[in-house]
Design a protein around this ligand. Structure first.
Ligand SMILES: [Zn+2]
Length: 400
């Protein structure tokens, strides 16, 4: 019965854009010694009972008794091997989420982990920790930004051990929230409480409405720019996006700064860690074409970051999503809009706070490793069940 409930609550949150963008997040259910955890690659909105991996909780607990090497590569590799070995018989073809240990630590039957923009307005803000403390007091635990994997789970384990009462809400800085309860109704109640509490503090809502009188006619420049970006990206699909909030952000490089880097790992994975911002000259420069300005900015960006941008903003114009497939373009723009919301919500908590450069690099390197493993045929398939270009970083082979 309860795996049915797990599937139902997973779909409930998976289908709600206020909670889940691009299939991210994961859920679990504990039944005695068995943990049912969402397999990596399955989108929350579309999970079925069979999407969950059955794990032996005693084997997971035994991981905490072991001593692992200090070297991050060796340590994470060994932990992952132990986690794979903790799958119940018959589950060997499934990949549990990298956040499995975290789910197992929470002493509640149900755990629903999501990355809502509203919550991340808090977790990705300058005053997030203080605000979480004053809003939720002893009801929640705050975990500072930590690379995913064993050390994050260890930090949560220690934080929970320090508490005298059991904690049902864990805020992860620059990441999202874990919510536990012994029933699906309890999960919903806690999430409602969290969203209402944080929502009550929001002073300004993102304005994603269309600008009046813009039907695309008169915006021929954006089509020209899209064609240039498509060519620079080797024929990739490109899509243009503009609304009131984006118009304000693309007014100048300064105005763009609240969304100029990455808030969470999902933003990096789907929209890239470094959006390109192109300054168009105020007036035409003799001998330099519009395409030439875009091309120079693009090449400078690729040289500096080592990657082609997935998001390119052009001053006074709007934002372009550029990725290898239409689906990936759509996801990149969805994650960019999510970042816009996070940035606006964070205004109410002292302003936005990006991930630190070393933590951004960690996720980027993780992605590189995933790509290599795909090429070598050892990793998850390039397109996961939800059809996204590249599954979540969760469940990947870990490299420093
Ligand atoms: Zn997560």
């Amino acid at each position: 019965m309860s795996v049915d409930e797990l599937t139902a609550i997973s779909r409930f949150y998976g289908a709600d854009r206020d909670y889940v963008v691009a299939g991210g997040g994961n859920t679990s259910f504990k039944d005695g010694d068995v943990l049912y955890i969402k397999g990596s690659g399955a989108s929350l909105a579309e999970v079925e009972n069979a999407s969950f991996v059955r794990m032996d909780r005693r084997a997971l607990a035994a991981i905490w008794e072991k001593t692992y090497r200090a070297d991050p590569d060796e340590r994470e590799g060994a932990v992952l091997a132990d986690m794979m070995a903790a799958r119940k018989r018959g589950e060997e073809h499934k990949r549990p989420s990298v956040e499995t240990l975290l789910h197992d630590l929470l002493p509640f039957a149900f755990v629903v982990h999501t990355h809502p923009a509203l919550v991340n307005g808090l977790t990705c803000s300058q005053n997030g920790e203080a605000a979480a403390g004053s809003l939720f007091g002893d009801d929640a635990v705050w975990i500072p930004s930590i690379n995913p994997g064993y050390i994050l789970s260890l930090a949560v384990k220690r934080a929970l051990e320090e508490c005298r009462t059991r904690k049902a809400v864990i805020f992860l800085q620059n990441h999202g929230v874990f919510v536990g309860a012994d029933s699906p109704e309890g999960i919903k109640e806690r999430y409602r409480f969290i969203m209402e509490k944080i929502g009550s503090q929001i002073k300004r809502q993102p304005d994603l409405s269309a600008l009046p009188g813009e039907s695309g006619a008169g915006f021929g420049e954006s089509e020209k720019a899209a064609a240039v970006f498509a060519e620079l990206a080797g024929g990739s699909p490109v899509s243009f996006l503009r609304n009131r909030e984006i118009a304000a952000l693309t007014r100048s490089r300064d105005a763009f700064s609240p969304v100029s880097s990455a808030f969470t790992p999902d933003h990096i994975v789907y929209a890239g860690s470094d959006p390109l911002f192109v300054e168009l000259p105020e007036s035409e420069i003799p001998g330099v074409s519009f395409a030439g300005v875009l091309e120079r900015a693009w090449k400078e960006h690729v040289n500096r970051t080592g990657r082609a941008p997935r998001i390119a903003a052009v001053r006074g114009m709007g934002v372009f999503g550029i990725a290898p497939s239409d689906k990936a373009v759509k996801t990149a723009l969805e994650l960019f809009i999510d970042a816009v919301k996070v940035a606006v919500y964070a205004e109410s908590f002292g302003g936005p706070l990006f991930m630190s450069r070393d933590k951004i690099d960690f996720i980027n390197n993780w992605e590189v490793e995933r790509y290599r493993s795909q090429v070598a045929g050892t990793g998850p398939s390039k397109t996961d069940q939800s059809g996204k270009e590249g599954a979540s970083y969760e469940g990947l082979r870990i490299r420093k």
